[in-house]
Design a binder for this molecule. Structure first.
Ligand SMILES: Nc1ncnc2c1ncn2[C@@H]1O[C@H](COP(=O)(O)OP(=O)(O)O)[C@@H](O)[C@H]1O
Ligand SMILES: [Mg+2]
Length: 498
C-alpha cells in the first residue's frame, strides 16, 4: 500500500494546474477503492462554503447530500472524522438523506482533505453496485491518499495565485514603467499604451505614424525595450538623410572594393541588428529602387551587401516611421503598396500636441524635472497664467518644440517659478504664442539669449542651438552677428557639477 501511495504522490505532485490536478485526484480516488462515482469539495474560507469542484456521474440530490456529509466532517474541528458506510441503506446515520434510498447507494466513503490542522475540503465516493462494499482498509487507504492530495492541491493553488500575481505585475510593469519616459495620460495616449502593451512582445513589424516631434523615435525605442529582443541591439536609420548609394550600403553593408573608397568590407545595419530591432525613420522618403530592396528583406529575411554575390540571412524586427501621407503616395505610385502592407502590420498613430493639450502641463513638469536633474538645481515651477498660455498654444512642432521651449524658458527664469513676465523676456517665443503662425522669429533673439544658452550649454554651441530651438546654422549666424563667437563663455555652473 505504501508504494502505491508513494507512486500516486509522485503523479499528483507533478501536476501544477489546479483543474487538471483535481480531475486526476478524483479518478485516482475512484480507482483506488473501486468506487463507481465521486465528488470533490473544497472549502472556501472567505465565504464559509463547501464548493463542489469535481463530479463524476452524479445526480443533483446526491451532490446536495454529500455537501451535508462534507459539512459535518468539517464541523468536527480538529478531528475531521471520515465517514464510512458499508451498507448505507440500513445505516441509521443516512436515514435523513434521500439520495441513499432514491439512488440505491450501497456503500459510501467521505474523507477530509487535511492539511496539518486545517481541512481544505473533502473527497466523496460511493457505489450502487450490489456486490461492492467498502472496507476499513479502503477508508484508511483513501484517507492516506487524501492527505497527500491535500498537499498537492494547496501547492497548485499557491502556484496559481503566484502566477496570477506575476501576470498582473508583469502587465503593470509593462504598462506603467516600461514606457515611463513616454509622458501622456490623455485618452489618445492611453489608447496608444494599450496597443503598445499588446504588440511589444511580438516580433511583428510596426509602423509609427505621426507629425514631426510627436515622439515616433521614442516610441520605437520603447517597443524594442519591451520586446523579447530587449537584450539585443536597436539601430536607427533616417532614410531621408542619405542618397541612395549611401543608404544602401548603410542598410545592407558592402563588400571590399564594391565601389571607389570601399577599401574594406562593412557590415550593414540589417546584419548588425540581427536578432534585434531596426528603426527606419522617414521610410516614406525612400526611393522606389530602395523600396524594392527593403521589400526583399522583409519578405525573405534575405539581402545582399553591395558588391557581394552571397546573400545573408537575418532575423530583424523592423519598426518604421513616417510623417508622410503614404496612402496618397501609393496612389501617385511614389510608394510601393506591397511594401506598405509589409511594414504596417501594426500601426501606431501618435497624436499631435493639439489633440492632447491636457498633457501639456504633464510634459512641462517632466522636462522641468529633467532640467533640474541635469543641472543639479531645484525644479522650477510654472505659474497659472503662463501654464494657461502654454496650454493654449498649438505647438506645431509638437513635443519636440515644447521640450525646446521649456529648456529656453528655464534660461529666463527670474526665481523658482516661471511667470508670464519671464516668458515675455523670451521675445521670440512670446511673439510666437501671442501671434500664432509667425515663423522665422529667430530675428527676435537677443545677444543675451545667446549668451545665456551658451552658459547653460557649458559653451557647447550645438547644445546651445538645441536649447534655443534653432538650427546650428542660424545659431552660428547669430553668434557672428553679436560677435560672440570669439571668446569662450564663462562657466556659470557651480564648481562641484563641472
Ligand atoms: N510623450 C513624450 N514624452 C516625453 N518626451 C517626448 C514624448 N514625445 C516626444 N518626446 C520628446 O520629444 C522629442 C522629439 O521626439 P521624437 O521621438 O524624436 O519625435 P519624432 O521622431 O516623431 O519626430 C524627443 O526629445 C523626445 O524625447
Ligand atoms: Mg524623428
Amino acid at each position: 500500500m505504501l508504494t502505491t501511495i508513494y507512486q500516486i504522490t509522485q503523479i499528483i505532485n507533478s501536476i501544477l494546474d489546479l483543474k487538471e490536478l483535481l480531475n486526476k485526484v478524483m479518478d485516482l480516488a475512484i480507482g483506488l477503492v473501486g468506487a463507481e462515482r465521486g465528488l470533490i469539495f473544497l472549502y472556501r474560507s472567505e465565504s464559509d462554503e463547501m464548493e463542489m469542484v469535481v463530479a463524476r456521474n452524479m445526480e443533483h440530490q446526491t451532490i446536495k447530500d454529500a455537501t451535508e456529509y462534507s459539512r459535518s466532517i468539517l464541523k468536527e474541528v480538529g478531528h475531521g472524522q471520515a465517514i464510512l458506510s458499508h451498507d448505507a441503506a440500513t445505516d441509521e446515520r443516512f436515514k435523513e438523506f434521500r439520495s441513499v434510498s432514491i439512488y440505491h447507494i450501497r456503500s459510501l466513503l467521505c474523507v477530509p482533505l487535511r492539511l496539518k490542522s486545517r481541512i481544505i475540503g473533502t473527497v466523496y465516493v460511493d457505489t450502487r453496485e450490489p456486490g461492492v462494499v467498502f472496507s476499513e482498509d479502503d477508508l484508511r487507504f483513501l484517507e492516506a491518499f487524501a492527505n497527500q492530495a491535500a498537499i498537492a492541491i494547496e501547492i497548485a493553488r499557491l502556484y496559481e495565485q503566484v502566477r496570477q500575481e506575476n501576470q498582473y505585475l508583469r502587465q503593470a510593469v509593462q504598462e506603467r514603467y516600461g514606457y515611463e519616459n513616454i509622458i501622456g495620460r490623455s485618452p489618445k495616449m492611453r489608447e496608444m499604451f494599450t496597443l503598445l502593451s499588446r504588440v511589444a512582445s511580438s516580433s511583428l513589424p510596426v509602423m509609427i505614424r505621426g507629425e514631426s516631434g510627436t515622439g515616433k523615435e521614442l516610441v520605437a525605442r520603447g517597443i524594442h525595450h519591451n520586446s523579447q529582443r530587449r537584450d539585443r541591439k536597436f539601430f536607427t536609420e533616417n532614410c531621408a538623410a542619405l542618397p541612395d548609394t549611401l543608404l544602401e550600403s548603410e542598410l545592407f553593408g558592402h563588400a571590399k572594393g564594391a565601389f571607389t573608397g570601399a577599401d574594406t568590407s562593412r557590415r550593414g545595419l540589417f546584419e548588425l541588428a540581427d536578432g534585434g530591432t531596426l528603426f527606419l525613420d522617414e521610410v516614406g522618403d525612400m526611393s522606389m529602387p530602395m523600396q524594392s530592396k527593403l521589400l526583399r528583406v522583409l519578405q525573405d529575411g534575405e539581402f545582399r551587401p553591395v558588391g557581394s554575390e552571397t546573400p545573408r540571412h537575418v532575423d530583424v524586427r523592423v519598426i518604421s516611421a513616417t510623417s508622410r501621407d503614404l496612402e496618397a503616395m501609393i496612389k501617385q505610385k511614389a510608394f510601393r503598396e506591397d511594401l506598405y502592407f509589409r511594414l504596417k502590420v501594426i500601426t501606431v498613430k501618435l497624436p499631435t500636441m493639439r489633440e492632447r493639450r491636457e498633457d501639456v502641463p504633464l510634459l512641462i513638469d517632466h522636462f522641468l524635472a529633467k532640467i533640474a536633474h541635469e543641472n543639479k538645481t531645484p525644479k522650477l515651477r510654472v505659474d497659472r497664467d503662463l501654464m494657461a498660455l502654454l496650454t493654449r498654444y498649438d505647438w506645431p512642432g509638437n513635443v519636440r518644440e515644447l521640450e525646446n521651449q521649456v529648456y529656453r524658458l528655464a534660461l529666463f527664469a527670474g526665481g523658482d517659478t516661471l511667470t508670464l513676465h519671464d516668458a515675455q523676456s523670451d521675445t521670440e517665443f512670446f511673439g510666437k504664442v501671442t501671434l500664432p503662425g509667425t515663423r522665422g522669429a529667430d530675428t527676435r533673439l537677443t545677444r543675451d539669449d545667446l549668451q545665456r544658452a551658451l552658459n547653460q550649454a557649458n559653451g557647447n554651441r550645438d547644445e546651445a542651438a538645441r536649447i534655443l530651438g534653432i538650427s546650428r546654422a542660424t545659431f552660428f549666424r547669430k553668434l557672428k552677428q553679436f560677435e560672440l563667437g570669439q571668446k569662450r563663455p564663462r562657466l556659470v555652473r557651480p564648481p562641484h557639477t563641472a
